[in-house]
Design a protein. Structure first.
Length: 396
């Protein structure tokens, strides 16, 4: 059937068969865990390897003494939690009832020293004032002395010179702006007065309201050489009673939990137990440190109120404007012609006004004149008639 091609077909068939077998069978070292998919001998071999490794692991675990599980009751108020590598509760051994009772018997620690009672209010404010050149250092000294007189202190202070603002003041002084002698001396060549200063004053909370008024008085006491003007002022009071009480309560809870964990640490029998308890104690101590820092910061702000004061030079006044010169224009034919035309127009206007007035007044004036002439003629004509009659009579 195949003839001379049979060896070729046989060679191709055997090649394909071996290719399938060796492609699906593992060609690794004998200690490899992979098995040929669908090969029963390979699966059996893999199962034997896995079982062998499990037996070795089990024997190794059983040869080591396992730590006793730590079972105990949760202390009142919490404070620690179990994790996969720590201790756990439940039956099956662990700490006995004596240790649990010792933990419960640990008294709660007293509250930290200096805990505030009643409402906890944080007071703060800010004030901004302007002064003349040369008065900034005097203002800083006066405010520092004021804080000390109220049993407070200057928490922060910063001062600097704005060259551009100083130059503007010097230009204004050169242009003739009147200044006090101290300000003029500060702006003289070689002088470098401070232009800005900021201070944070801390005083007892009971003196905060008085501080705000005293700052105004201290700046006004600098006199005309400073000409201090308060341009803005603000105050703020923040009630933090609830958050502060929560911080103190959490501190007490964690302190009690730490004391009970110390009892548990003393009863640990193995290294695993000690490490598990120590991890919990470290976590509690870290929380206590953060809460304690927050508590002290709040108490410090509640006991000492703060006022931020910013003092700087005022804007320089504008120099007086120079007088406006009176213009003196030269002779101009066009200007003269315009003036003549304007005069002619005014004369024409006046003439027209005269004619209008004359026309209006001519009616009543003419009527009066006609009436007077008529009366006069009547009176004069009657006399002449009488005289003629008498003369005629005499001649007869």
């Amino acid at each position: 059937m195949f003839g001379r091609r049979a060896p070729i077909y046989l060679w191709l068939g055997l090649s394909l068969l071996f290719a399938v077998i060796f492609a699906m069978a593992p060609l690794n070292e004998p200690n490899d865990d992979r098995a040929t998919v669908g090969s029963a001998p390979a699966l059996l071999q893999r199962g034997e390897k896995v079982m062998g490794r499990a037996s070795k692991m089990h024997a190794a675990v059983m040869s080591e003494p396992a730590p006793a599980p730590m079972a105990f009751a949760q202390p009142d108020g919490g404070g620690f939690a179990s994790d996969a590598g720590g201790f756990h509760g439940g039956g099956g051994g662990g700490f006995d009832a004596t240790v649990v009772n010792e933990m419960r018997a640990v008294p709660a620690p007293p509250p930290p020293a200096g805990v505030l009672s009643g409402p906890v209010v944080l007071k703060s404010g800010s004030l901004e004032a302007t002064v003349l050149p040369g008065a900034v250092p005097a203002a800083v000294a006066a405010l520092g002395a004021l804080a000390g007189s109220l049993k407070g202190f200057v928490e922060a202070s910063n001062s600097y010179t704005d060259t551009w603002l100083l130059t503007r003041w010097r230009d204004a002084a050169a242009a003739g702006v009147p200044l006090p002698a101290a300000a003029a001396a500060a702006l003289a060549p070689g002088g470098s007065p401070q232009t800005h200063a900021s201070l944070t004053l801390r005083v007892p909370a009971a003196s905060f309201d008085r501080l705000r008024g005293d700052v105004r008085d201290a700046l006004a006491a600098l006199g005309a050489d400073a000409a201090a003007v308060v341009v803005s002022e603000s105050s703020n009071a923040q009630d933090v009673t609830e958050s502060y009480a929560d911080t103190v309560a959490r501190l007490g809870t964690d302190a009690a939990a730490l004391a009970r964990m110390d009892v548990l640490l003393g009863s640990a029998n193995t290294v695993h137990e000690v490490l598990a308890v120590k991890r919990e104690m470290d976590a509690i101590e870290s929380r206590i440190a953060g809460l304690e820092a927050s508590r002290k910061a709040t108490e410090g702000q509640a006991r000492q109120s703060s006022l931020f004061v910013n003092v700087h030079l005022a804007e320089p006044p504008a120099p007086p404007a120079p007088p406006t010169p009176t213009p003196h224009p030269g002779w101009s034919p066009g200007a003269t012609l315009g003036t003549a035309v304007a005069a002619l127009g005014r004369a024409g206007t006046v003439g027209m006004d005269v004619l209008i007035y004359a026309a209006v007044f001519s009616v009543p004036v003419g009527a009066l004149l006609w009436a007077g002439a008529l009366l006069w003629r009547r009176a004069g004509g009657g006399g002449r008639a009488g005289g003629l009659s008498a003369a005629e009579a005499g001649s007869e």
